[in-house]
Design a protein around this ligand. Structure first.
Ligand code: ATP
Ligand code: MN
Length: 479
């Protein structure tokens, strides 16, 4: 008999059908009811054994976490909680789970902290919470490709090893095959990178944008979606050292077009999860509602997870300039009462506390801030006519803070060159990039969405480590 997936049986199985199911035991109660899960859905199927017909030694091995194959007939369920179940004729143990090991790890006791689960890499996947998170993560990855494909974008694979530090932030991981204990030294005493693998220092990419711009200036609309690395030594709940970024880049788009694209995109992804991940979303929604009960009133979110997604789908994002936002912040209660940890004045880089005030207290909706001071943004952002600001945009989300950063790019060669000089970026280093401004330059714009920050938003998980299968953070690259 061919194995069937539990999701398909629960959706379309008919009483009287013979089925074979393979999965892992979630629970075995009263020597009679086996709850089996195979990962195809958050739901288990109930397999009922008549213990008199089975070998006692065999049933003993049907323990939590064991891998089993069960076959039998679909019957109407007598119990509450499911409409059909399997009346088992055969049980096969595919892989035992030692009850002592199980006891010590994730399967027992019932409730575990997310922190504890991070140390149980393989069993973490077996929990309802992480099953739901990773099924949704997959769905969003698919939706991203679908969104762009449906709109005529090309998926461009930009390099992981690169010679450029796009953001100029310097938070890079160097890649080398030189022996650190035996570095070749040049005549002037510096490390002789000519002898390194690529003949020069290279690093893991911090963004695929500069390369994507080259694609956009020929293919029109492209996007990248790949791993991104930042050696930021900030142990926050919103930063990973290895994360995934989605970066569309569109020829002939200006900042307004860029904002429209971002807003459509984030609405599309939120709606995709609402329509296509109903069971997993409901589980995470209820989980959060339960968790909130143990929190003080002031720390509870006003909307449930599902309501937050619906809110994003159905409401316009608030758009305002950085300069206006500074005004709003300086007129705010926390500013006047000196409740902000960091000062607010024109020219500062907004801190997370300021972003969250704007999103969660002032506007109570997603916010797009535009036209930031040139000095706090990357060199490639287009200079505005005021000479002080650039055509940048950051999208701020409730509970997350910055989820998207983007801009209209500087397409004027002379302005770009003088900007690079201001930022001390040697022209030779980016000659290949400057070439796009010499051969039919054109206005263009794009943005970067932190994939894991989006997954945090659509799952309600509050630590970014809990939305990626194998998190990499300072001092932590286990598994
Ligand atoms: P932040 O101020 O939050 O550090 P950033 O300004 O460094 O963000 P960008 O360089 O604009 O971020 O990158 C684009 C997007 O990538 C961000 O909006 C965010 O969603 C995501 N992102 C940036 N750094 C990280 C990180 N270390 N881990 C996960 N996502 C990140
Ligand atoms: Mn950063």
């Amino acid at each position: 008999m061919k194995r069937e997936k539990i999701k398909d049986i629960l959706a379309a199985g008919k009483v009287g059908d013979s089925v074979l199911v393979k999965g892992w035991v979630r629970a075995f109660r009263s020597n009679r009811f086996i709850q089996v899960n195979d990962g195809s859905t958050i739901k288990n199927i109930q397999a009922v054994v008549d213990f008199e017909n089975f070998d006692e030694a065999l049933l003993k091995r049907v323990s939590t976490a064991a891998a089993v194959a069960v076959s039998g007939e679909i019957v109407e369920s007598q119990g509450a909680g499911q409409s059909i179940e399997i009346k088992v004729s055969e049980v096969e143990i595919l892989g035992d789970a030692n009850p002592d090991d199980v006891q010590k790890t994730v399967m027992q006791p019932k409730k575990h902290s997310l922190e504890f689960l991070r140390e149980q890499a393989h069993l973490r996947f077996r929990t309802n919470t992480f099953g739901a998170v990773f099924r949704i993560r997959h769905a969003v990855a698919f939706a991203i490709n679908k969104f762009f494909n449906d709109r005529g974008f090309y998926y461009l694979h930009t390099p992981i090893i690169t010679g450029s530090d796009a953001e100029g932030a310097g938070e890079i991981f160097q890649v080398t095959n030189l022996d650190p204990l035996n570095l070749p030294i040049a005549e002037d005493g510096s490390i002789d990178y000519k002898q390194d693998f690529f003949g020069k220092p290279v690093n893991l990419t911090v963004s695929g944008q500069l390369e994507a711009e080259l694609g956009a200036m020929a293919l029109g609309q492209v996007y990248t979606f790949g791993p991104t690395f930042r050696a930021e030594n900030s142990n926050t709940s919103r930063h990973l050292a290895e994360f995934w970024m989605v970066e569309p880049e569109v020829a002939f788009n200006d900042l307004k077009d860029n904002m429209d694209l971002t807003e459509d995109f984030l609405k599309y992804l939120s709606n995709y999860v609402l329509t296509n991940c109903a069971d997993d979303l409901q589980f995470l929604n209820d989980r959060e509602v339960n968790e909130q009960k143990s929190k003080p009133q002031k720390d509870r979110s006003e909307l449930t997870l599902k309501e937050r997604l619906e809110f994003v789908v159905n409401n316009e994002f608030k758009r305002l300039t950085y300069t206006e936002a500074i005004q709003v912040l300086r007129n705010s209660k926390p500013f006047k009462k000196k409740k902000f940890q960091y000062d607010v004045e024109w020219g500062i880089d907004l801190q997370s506390e300021h972003e969250r005030y704007l999103v969660e207290k002032e506007f109570k909706c997603p916010v797009i801030l535009t036209d930031y001071p040139a000095g706090i943004k990357a060199f490639y952002m287009r200079q505005n006519d005021d000479g002080k600001t650039v055509a940048a945009m950051d999208v701020l989300f409730p509970g997350i803070g910055e989820i998207v950063g983007g801009s209209q790019r500087e397409e004027r060669l002379d302005v770009l060159k003088s900007k690079m000089a201001d930022f001390n970026i040697p022209e030779e280093d980016l000659a290949w990039y400057l070439d796009t401004r010499k051969f039919g330059t054109a206005p263009h714009a794009g943005f970067g969405l932190g994939f894991e920050r989006m997954i945090m938003f659509v799952t309600g998980m509050t630590n970014i480590r809990d939305v990626i299968p194998f998190p990499r953070t300072p001092q932590n690259a286990e598994f």
